[in-house]
Design a protein around this ligand. Sequence first.
Ligand SMILES: C[S@@+](CC[C@H](N)C(=O)[O-])C[C@H]1O[C@@H](n2cnc3c(N)ncnc32)[C@H](O)[C@@H]1O
Length: 293
Amino acid sequence: MNETLNEIKKILNDANVDEANVKARIILREVGNLSVEDMLLQKEVQNKDEVLNFARKLAETKAPIQYLLGYANFMGEKFIVNSSTLIPRDETEILVNCALDKINKLKEKKQDTINILDIGTGSGCIACMIAKNAPEAEVLGVDVSSDALQVALENAQKLDLIKRVVYRKSDIFSAIRGSEKFDVVVSNPPYIKEEDYKNLDIEVREFEPKSALFAKDDGLEFYKKIIKNAAKYVNYDGYIAFECAKGQAGSICILLERNGFLVTDVIKDLAGIDRVVAARMILVSDEVDYTFV
Ligand SMILES: C[S@@+](CC[C@H](N)C(=O)[O-])C[C@H]1O[C@@H](n2cnc3c(N)ncnc32)[C@H](O)[C@@H]1O
């Protein structure tokens, strides 16, 4: 067994850090620069002091590893993160892939440029990965947090996407001009019910920004606010796609269908939870009846 791995595990276990084994291997990989193969071959790190100091910092702060590293891996890229941004989650890749699928459908209709709006962009992980994988996409990411937008901008610069990814401070649609319309609107909004605060992992509860996590109205606050006004901003035949939590997809589908959209997809994550809902705009904006939301 790798000696440094054992030492990291001891530091983390002594401090009662959750999932010490998994985190010890992440530290070896990310700080010690060991590949999975290196670990299987029980290779030793070249920077043992740095690795152990990192483990001690984790043991002391119990902060998410990604905040201590300053980045999170998402869809094969390293995204800068800090305490102003949610750490990108693996399941958000489902939303990105859903948006890419819709972009492909629109491309088949010979559209040259596809305009995307990402509401609650945070680190910009969704905006950037859509732009990176769809050269015809021009993406506007909005967020209420100026600090998050600063991080999002750095990520777009790092990935060389600033020609096609721009950011704007906006409370949902507040800074979107009436003349701006989008082919695909995506959002991974805050969706955790306020009463679920106590059930969250301590790392999430203590360190991730509350404004990125919680929503009123059984967690549906942002879906309602977005869907209520979406018809003004989504082109006819364009799409809207959301990430959501367990148990929310049904309510989101109803909201969408009452507001001019036809639900096209409800996609499960690896745990079998309905995680992404997508819908197509089937009415021109004047026809939408807002009375139901
Ligand atoms: C769940 S996080 C998603 C972050 C990122 N898109 C991701 O998937 O990792 C929700 C984001 O919505 C932002 N947000 C909260 N309230 C908002 C509002 N009223 N208008 C726009 N963005 C908002 C938060 O600052 C946060 O960055």
